[in-house]
Design a protein around this ligand. Structure first.
Ligand code: 13P
Length: 263
């Protein structure tokens, strides 16, 4: 596997015109000693992972320096789970894109449903964060998804289209094309209840169609209870380019087979 590096190496990662990715979202988990073991295992195991697959781990802010130290010579990229929409200033507790960049982050998750729900993040704020990430040279991973209530009310497409539309309007299509989109149905996150491959594919195809030509080159990830046992079926779908993995990214024995679950 070659995840980063020379242009010709990057070229090899593309399947058709899209990069396949598996992104671990550690959420608020980790401790220095445990992380070191997990990151070292990632370095070892992904030296010869599936060709054309980019592996990323998104760690809590305090562990970015550790990720930088342990992953800098490896094929594994790293990132954060949130950032400020502001470049700098009197924003106590916030972290800017340039700070993440100094610690070598290449990616940052924005609009995760846990932040939308627990921190009242609106789609407008999520789009502003994505814009700040792009301005700072980071690739935003923009999360979208419906709640169980919304799905049961047959509103899935309306909800994700609305979330996407705000990003399209704020960023414009060319800039949105530089982002990664993650479809994460809220009812499937941490519940063990995965969307079926067919359900997930339907939403991915819908999102890609909304993106028009821009969508042809974008990585669309699925997230929500992805495990070694269901990853292959999900990733085989034509519009699912990889996964955003929560719990199963915390142990190498679960994470590695997910990262290899491409045909
Ligand atoms: P789980 O894989 O633990 O369901 O979490 C998914 C997620 O929220 C990734 O961002």
């Amino acid at each position: 596997m070659v995840a980063r590096g020379q242009p010709q190496e990057r070229q090899e990662q593309r399947v058709g015109r899209r990069t396949r990715r598996v992104v671990g979202n550690w959420k608020m988990h980790g401790a220095l000693a445990r992380n070191a073991a997990l990151l070292d295992a990632c370095v070892q195991r992904f030296q010869a992972a599936a060709p054309g697959v980019e592996i990323v781990v998104c760690v809590p802010f305090p562990f970015l320096a550790q990720a930088q130290t342990l992953l800098r010579e490896s094929d594994v990229a790293w990132g954060a789970q949130d950032l400020s929409p502001h470049a700098q200033g009197a924003y106590t507790g916030e972290v800017s894109a340039s700070m993440l960049k100094e610690f070598g982050a290449a990616f940052v998750i924005v609009g995760h449903s846990e932040r939308r729900a627990q921190h009242s993040e609106t789609s407008a704020l999520v789009a502003a964060k994505a814009a700040a990430a792009l301005a700072g040279g980071l690739t935003p991973i923009i999360c979208l998804g419906e709640t169980l209530e919304e799905r049961e009310a047959d509103m899935t497409e309306a909800v994700v289209a609305g979330q996407l539309a705000v990003c399209m309007e704020t960023l414009g299509l060319p800039a949105l094309g530089q982002c990664v989109i993650a479809y994460e149905p809220v009812w499937a996150i941490g519940t063990g209840r995965t969307a079926t491959a067919v359900q997930a594919q339907k939403v991915h195809a819908f999102l890609r169609a909304r993106l028009g030509e821009t969508g042809d080159t974008m990585t669309l990830l699925y997230g929500g209870s992805v495990k070694a046992s269901n990853a292959r079926e999900l990733f085989a779908m034509p519009d699912i380019d990889g996964g955003l993995i929560g719990g199963a990214s915390l142990t190498i024995d679960e994470f590695e087979p997910i990262c290899r679950a491409f045909d």
